[in-house]
Design a protein around this ligand. Sequence first.
Ligand code: PLP
Length: 395
Amino acid sequence: MSVDPYRLRRDFPPLRDGRLVYFDNACMALRPQAVIDAVTAYYTEYPACGERSLHRLGRRVDEEVSLAREAARRFLHARRVEEIVFTQNTTHAINLVAHSFPFAPGDVVVTSDQEHNSNLLPWQQLSRDGVAHRAVAFGDLEALRAGLTPAVKLVSMVMTSNLDGASIDARRTVEAVHEAGIPILLDAAQAAPHQALDVRSLDVDFLACSGHKMLGPSGTGLLYGKRDALARLRPTLVGGGTVEDSTLQGATYRQGPERFEAGLQNYAGIAGLRHAIEYLERVGREAIHAHEQRLTRKLQEGLAQYPSVTVFGPAAERRGGITSFAFAGIDVHDVCLLLDQSAGIAVRSGRHCVHSWFNAHGVEGSVRASFYLYNTEEEVAAFLGALAKVHEVLA
Ligand SMILES: Cc1ncc(COP(=O)(O)O)c(C=O)c1O
């Protein structure tokens, strides 16, 4: 099955008049009409809360949340719906683990040296509890193995980098970490939208991703946790919905994922997320990945014409739909603004929340073009044409 972006584009309202070229998908994806309709249906048909109200609106919310949890279970191939926690985004999911994991002073958490701030700062923050953070070279399994000392209690790795689209070998990484008897969290923010994931066959302990990067509503995300791994967490964000019962002296916490979902939830977002998942299932993530790689090859061929360009990261065949580049002596923000103003092309410029990598490598920033299922070869050609003019103006 291959992706027909021309047919799919009709489902995405911002693309319908053909004036926008949207290459900022690593930040946030556009949403198909089915997702927008699901969000609207919540507000127009059953705008109530879940789990508390026995009336018909409340029951419909519960039904929608259950359907969404089952869709997320299927999407990640988890064993049980109890292993799926709804969050606001990947950042929230990683923080949830960071602040609920039973760390003790002297423990160490290992990440790669190419992490989004969301998989770096939560671990750095733990230093106030005496927990240290260490980084090993991205994708370097030997360095990882060598870093797995007895003090390491958790490894948290980005699966696909939002900086350059490169992926780690997730299976071998999980195996290496497990051989040392350590649990692992995978940051799948850039993996889940673009490649089929199977948490069961990966045998990963925790996995985090964002709904809004995979066609879902803003402010939605998922935390997968293997049953035993979730059971080890001590909920830290607590309140309504997390307990069976409470007294003035204490509380009995629920056993299911709801113990991590404190307070009223983003029901519209959760309902929309199910439709995003169903949309991705219909298109197929293998086909999406192959489509993005085709576009990336074309883009990289075009960029290779510039002697002054640096393209960060691996060759097109070893990455998905993300390409970061910079021209010597040209400000990346100027490139971004001119592409937008002159040709209606949306890309990202800057450090993409991976400041630590840019600082370590003495690089100012990059222009990042990131593709999704609705992008076309024609758009890549239009981008290269507009870039040539922008380059002429700025060089
Ligand atoms: C690799 C990676 N991890 C984490 C995040 C954080 O995602 P969110 O802002 O949706 O929490 C991002 C966002 O760009 C990302 O690319």
